[in-house]
Ligand binder design. Sequence first.
Ligand code: AHG
Ligand code: MN
Ligand code: MN
Length: 339
Amino acid sequence: MSNKVITIERHIIEEERASQGATGDFSALLRDLMLAVKIIHREVIRAGLVDILGATHRENIQGEVVQKLDEFANDVIFRAMDHGGHLCAMASEENEGLLAIPEEYPKGKYILLFDPLDGSSNIDANVSIGTIFSIHRRVTAEETDGTVEDALQPGYKQIAAGYTIYGPSTMLVYTAGRGVYGFTLDPSVGEFLLSHDNIRIPEHNGIYSVNEGNYMKWSPEMRKYIDWVKQDIPEEQKKSYSLRYIGSMVADIHRTLLYGGVFLYPADVKSKKGKLRLLYEANPMSFIVEQAGGRATDGLGNRLLEIMPTELHQRVPLVVGSPKNVEEVESFLQGKRAV
Ligand code: AHG
Ligand code: MN
Ligand code: MN
């Protein structure tokens, strides 16, 4: 084991140097984002101490109750990213339309899509939550205001994606298309330090992660898969499948990345397109999981990263995780297998 201390900044700069034609613009963008997530971290760890908990009794455009920390995180990210000259626009889960870069600031060549606070229903219970981000290169003319066209790009075109998880420790997991790296925040120095070099997802593990309360709303095929995991004992393990469901996608997928298994949010009779959002939830997480050797599909064999988005807040069914687990799920959802 190397005892070299590698900060995220050093890692990003070295990665950027290795890629041809890099201008340093991209590492500066990520530096601004690091500041934002550190401020969110500071607020999250104090959440139980200050009068910041509880709903604001306002609903966001998805009809969900917005918690104060969502708004705070949304605001922090916007304000950290609006003036650096790296972005042409932003889009957030918390805002219906595209977020324009204020007139007085230069417009850059990237667009940032983000979920400021993921798993917000867990805030009041002191359970892990996260922030998710996705970065694309703009497709519209340089130096102009970004448009929705810049945001509506398929996930495989992402330049970088990542998430922070605010858990027992705060971690940032990140890919720029050359593997997945995890950094743990050392709060005493305020730096993210490389702790998980080149993360690889296990080929298979007997863990499934899904809100099983939706069982009666699922398709018969989906129900069959769940019935099957309860009966089957994976060869490698000699023990039954375990269910693990936190209800924060970041936390559930983070565990899946490190331990293996599968995370699902399928469509159901109520949510015909699933619940999770393509641009700032499914795409960034899929990019990371694929870069770690996993798979991310809609359960019917379609790679999520290839979906051509048509709306900012588009939803998508999700099957993400170890390649062999995803294959198992698909064999049921495609009707090739019965219990
Ligand atoms: P958000 O807090 O950003 O709205 O996302 C919540 C999401 C996701 O984190 C989680 O996987 C899912 O909602 C949980 O949904 P259920 O409560 O339906 O299980
Ligand atoms: Mn979310
Ligand atoms: Mn959110």
